[in-house]
Design a protein around this ligand. Structure first.
Ligand SMILES: [Zn+2]
Length: 87
């Protein structure tokens, strides 16, 4: 097992509504993961974050729900986001 910790600051964040990359300030990803109860130790480079909105498409709203999705490459080499089951 490779247990090298993954730096959550390297995660790619995308807005679910407009599909644009969401840029957070340094440290925000770590803080938001902790706030969302997501264990950063379970993340790796195949994970990305999806935000339910972003300041670009929802101006005036300051907080957005965030969830982790795990990327999978299919046979065509395209990246597909796989949502974890919701409990
Ligand atoms: Zn957006």
């Amino acid at each position: 097992m490779n247990n090298k910790p993954y730096d959550p600051e390297l995660l790619y964040v995308e807005c679910e509504r407009c599909g644009q990359p969401v840029l957070w300030n340094p440290g925000d990803t770590t803080r938001i993961l902790a706030w969302a109860g997501i264990d950063a130790g379970e993340l790796d480079e195949k994970c990305m974050l999806v935000s339910d909105g972003c300041p670009a498409c929802q101006p005036g709203k300051s907080s957005f729900n965030t969830q982790v999705v795990r990327l999978r490459r299919n046979a065509e080499g395209r990246v597909r986001a796989q949502r974890p089951p919701v409990n």
